[in-house]
Design a protein around this ligand. Sequence first.
Ligand code: ATP
Length: 964
Amino acid sequence: MMDSPVPPTSHPRAALDATDWALVDASDAAATLEVDSATGLSAAEATARRERFGANELDAAPPEPAWRRILRQFADPLIYLLLGAVVISAIAWLFEGARGVPIDAIVIIAIVIANAILGYVQEAKAADAVAALQGMAAVSATVVRDGRSEQVPAADLVPGDILALAEGDSVGADARLLSSSSLQIAEASLTGESVPVTKSATTLPEAVPLGDRANMVFKGTAVTQGVGRAVVTATGMQTEMGHIATMLAQTEQEPTPLQKEIAGVSRTLGIAVIVIAVVVMGAIGFTSGIGSLQDAVDVLLVGVSLAVAAVPEGLPAILSVVLSIGVQAMSRQGAIVKHLSSVETLGSASVICSDKTGTLTRNEMTMLRVHTGSGVADITGVGYAPDGDVLVDGSPLLESDPGLDLRAEDIVVLSGGTLASDAEVRQDADGSWVVVGDPTEAAFVVAERKAGLTERREQRFTRVGEVPFTSERKMMSVIVEDAEHPLDGTGRGRPVLVAKGAPDVLLQHCTRVRSGMEVTDLTDDDRRRVQASVDSMSAQALRTLAVAYRPLETDEHASATDAAGDFDPEAGLALEEGLIFVGTVGIIDPPRSEAATAIAAAHRAGIRVVMITGDHPSTALRIAQELGIAAAGDRAIAGPELDAMDADALRAAARDVSVFARVAPEHKLQIIDALQADGQVVSMTGDGVNDAPALKKADIGVAMGITGTEVSKEAAAMILTDDNFATIVAAVRQGRVIFGNIRKFLRYLLSSNMGEVLTMFFGVMLAGYLGLTGHGESIVVPLLATQILWINLITDSGPALAMGVDAETEDVMARPPRRADERVIDGQMWSGIIAIGAVMAIVTLLAIDIFLPGGLIEGSEDVETARTAAFTTLVLAQLFNALNSRSERVSAFHRLFSNRWLWAALAFGVVTQVLVVHVPLLQTAFGTAPLAPGQWLVCVALASVVLWFDELRKVGIRALERRR
Ligand code: ATP
């Protein structure tokens, strides 16, 4: 090995860290890091280094240990209150002689622990789901290993890896550049510098600050232009980003707006319930009189239990479980949602803006036609297999024109287009033809092969430079050397610039036109002819591209070449003038078959679909019409037209027009602004590095998992693993289903709580009328503290969770989107909750009255049995109410058995209630007495009133809806 200024990687890590790689020659850097810059590390070496250096990740704060997470489940003021009351009750028990077992205290503690375990399990499940999502959305990097380039997760990068950087990549580690071509990097995240910095591999003479190290690239920055190769010098916490980050907080998810709203509801209810509990305690004291310390403690326990039971403190936990189960379901459908909050936003999306190519269409490009000055050539064959012909007047191109003079343009168009392409078309082992690279370019490669021109072109031309395609420029060009026209003396071919791009754009760079072997000045007639060919092809939904060229003067080429002999694309821009126009091609890109259905579904759901594309307006409009995005008479607005509009005109346009064509990424931002100003919730797709701002600005930025750049994936809120428009609509549907399910369990839990509070309140207030008084009990209550806790902390949770994963009960895509500011619990839902709660309380108190002597209805049971009947009625009423809660307006009998989980939870609720009533040990714990079958029947009948009542209420709601 050559002498190197620093020790090799087998030396301690500190030595590597101390190196200023900007001062080390590129080749020395690779040698020092013990890697061959052409072939990269071997897989084995990469694994070994991964072991030695660890994952390329910034350290997060250590995860919270399990014991602390368990303890946190108890960290709730109401639970403190309850435990406080339990402690007081235990002390009272001791003071009063410690007779028997302090049953209440033990049972309450057991219930609180069971509840905490439930909370812990739910939280862990939600956290796992979120972690899995983050794994799926992880950034990847292209490296050269074992001589091949491959995609690896950025976390697997090791010092010595050879990184291949391209536009749109997110730089995965700190690295020393080995070579570059017009490489520009946005380093704002590291240095704060907002303008992208130009990078090159040249060694620096002296140490300079971070922002000036032009031959280094740094983790966490983004490639905005060009390509480069670099050798990784530092990973993980050793990177510059690691130095400033030192400690990243654990990726904790912000509470979503919904979670915040629900936390607010819980808080308000909490205060109301505490007030009620105090009133209930006062009332008990007033009606029963408090004779002993034990009485006082019992009253306290009842009050506090009521408060604990009635405050839906478990709601936020259930909510995050439901949201995270929802995002898992979405990821199975191909939509990776990065934050739980997007689930809610998706549910209220009102406009979906989508790219055309690849998202609405298949991105399988087949060239069908070539238009030149000499006429039209048709291309047969489908897909990427080179089976087919380029036909001129019915005969293959090469046969139709043996001298090739007349149809020379076709040849220039096909071979020129291919020269200006990077795509490769290969046959897989199974015989199918696959594309590596841009499908538009592949269409040229295949057509050229069908014409039989490939070999000739390969022998004659060598590429020496490229001015890359960008979606702003909508064209690109290459410089090739033409071996058939050697330059004097040098032995090299004459340089020729060949360009391809959108015909309207390319025409602006042309001054001459070629027909046959002749080149003449470009006239207005020629322009009209080209325009006519573009119009006719785009009216048939064909994507049009044109080809032009110009032989360069030797000094022109030299002017765009740097000292090292590399072509400089910046300077190359100036050469794209005075070109010779040759011809236009038409490429078909069939719409995705599922897109039209998805668009129809979106429209039915009151969601607008807007196509935003770089393609030609007529082509875009034609495809939009085929898919149902635009109607027959609709128009498309082109980017330049947008530029000329003021804010009002733009808003009006965004409201009416569904096709925006020939747009650049910045137009997407304007369109989002206009739509959002109109109160719309906007989803926007994007794939390029320049789409990142629009993806961030949109309410739901959607990136393409297959064709999207890393930068766009980082900026997006959702990534489509299949790049498919239909997946966006599926995610919206899922978002709506989840939102609906959240409403279901809120309806369920809150009406159940309402039922308990009202039962306790009126039970105590009306004790005399119910026959509850005068049984020799020291305090008079309709339900015991342990019974209340049991209902809430144990029986309630199952149905609530089951409702969170319910299938859709109503057609969720039949309604317009929820307004973003709409509350989860609206007025109608509140009135339903109160009404159901009241019915529950009435039937529960009725059970007491029926069973006890005295009161309105005469009974003959003791107070234990009556209370057990009330307890059972309330539990069963809540289980019936679970069926009601699945919809605000549709009958509970509609799709009654569709949710297995719900039925399992209901069965669990019934079985545990039977146990609590009939197992002696539990009877002691919960103060219950066994019920006879007939008494059970009374309880079931009373409880079922909740179901019938709500059915009637729903009939009323539906009748009202019809009248509206
Ligand atoms: P979308 O924005 O819906 O993905 P798109 O792929 O048509 O649509 P761009 O990639 O910005 O959008 O392309 C815009 C125009 O640029 C195309 O209509 C085509 O004429 C031209 N074009 C596309 N790809 C190339 C390419 N590789 N080389 C030269 N010109 C191209």
